[in-house]
Ligand binder design. Structure first.
Ligand SMILES: NC(=O)c1ccc[n+]([C@@H]2O[C@H](COP(=O)([O-])OP(=O)(O)OC[C@H]3O[C@@H](n4cnc5c(N)ncnc54)[C@H](OP(=O)(O)O)[C@@H]3O)[C@@H](O)[C@H]2O)c1
Length: 289
């Protein structure tokens, strides 16, 4: 199985390193080396190679946060919808399995733990949803009924001192909220993807998968875990979400992991992964000081 990862960002690079360590035949590229956003370029490249799986880890998340998606709608639409849809069409033509790393931020509310069968309530049918979430929903609609797999991750965290890491974000935020959300440990995501690739039914698995650690986390809980290790931000204040100075509304929800559990691919409980990851994060943080 020859795997190509597209996008050398937070998720892509860590996945690549993990798969290589686990002896998978994986390579990674970025848009400077290969213009994978260009249908013809990608087709020419892929048709001459012998990849059996393509994992798209590119996407526009907005910088410093998703509010930027409201201001750069064309870019957001291009990278979150057109590019993955183009890659999927090429994979379909060349009989390559396509995995799109996307987001579970297409639901909001606490009426239930949302399953893959639930129609997104924080996507294109909700005028109040963020543009980022709308593009993630749009992409799922385009990939529907194809052989592609969409990995819906949420609030990714690991032990590194990097801006994309939820734990580091919480440490830096002055205002934190106490709403329950699903989270995805990057280390657990990598193990999940390795197991998925080796799954006996891999080629027959299609559609969205909620790749979240079971349970829920909150910003306040992360601050408490950090506090337990005496790593605190003196300006921390727990505020209501309505007090945050944000442009776009945020998705706050818990996703069900029943589908991945049924496939035997369940991630460890979120509180266990978070506790262990915070401990490693604090160690790393203290080492760089
Ligand atoms: N981080 C999160 O909080 C989060 C949460 C849920 C879901 N996700 C999803 O997971 C996927 C990977 O996210 P990530 O956290 O790895 O994001 P990232 O670190 O920003 O990497 C995304 C990659 O997308 C490409 N890209 C496309 N347009 C870009 C632009 N205008 N600015 C910067 N990069 C651009 C770049 O690929 P090249 O390397 O080829 O240039 C970049 O390396 C995305 O689909 C994202 O929506 C992320």
């Amino acid at each position: 199985m020859k795997i190509l990862i597209l996008g050398e960002g937070f998720i892509g690079l860590r996945l690549f390193n993990f798969l290589r360590e686990e002896k998978f035949d994986a390579s990674i590229t970025n848009q400077k080396k290969l213009a994978y956003y260009d249908k013809k370029e990608l087709f020419n490249f892929i048709s001459k190679a012998d990849y059996s799986v393509i994992i798209n880890c590119s996407g526009y998340t907005g910088s410093p946060n998703v509010d930027a998606c409201e201001l750069n709608k064309e870019v957001c639409l291009f990278y979150n919808v057109s590019v993955p849809a183009q890659i999927n069409a090429i994979c379909d033509t060349l009989n390559i399995k396509f995995i799109n790393v996307s987001s579970g931020c297409i639901y909001t509310g606490y009426d239930e733990e949302f399953t893959e069968k639930d129609e997104p309530n924080f996507g294109i049918s909700n005028v109040d949803s963020s543009f980022y979430s709308q593009t993630k929903h749009m992409c799922e609609v385009l990939l529907r009924d194809t052989s592609a797999i969409t990995l819906r991750i949420r609030m990714p965290f690991n032990s590194e001192i990097v801006n994309k890491n939820l734990i580091y974000k919480i440490l830096k935020y002055d205002n934190i909220i106490d709403l329950r959300n699903s989270g995805t440990s990057i280390d657990d995501l990598n193990v999940f993807i390795a197991k998925l690739l080796n799954h006996k039914d891999f080629l027959h698995i299609t559609g969205p998968l909620n790749v979240v650690n079971p349970g829920a986390i909150t910003g306040k809980l992360i601050s408490e875990y950090l506090g337990f290790h005496e790593l605190i931000n003196n300006k921390w204040k727990v505020v209501d979400v309505s007090d945050l100075k944000i442009i776009a509304q945020r998705s706050n929800c818990v996703l069900s992991d029943k589908k991945i559990k049924k496939l035997g691919l369940q991630l460890p409980p979120v509180l266990k992964s978070l506790k262990e990851t915070v401990a490693k994060f604090v160690e790393n943080y203290k080492n760089v000081l």
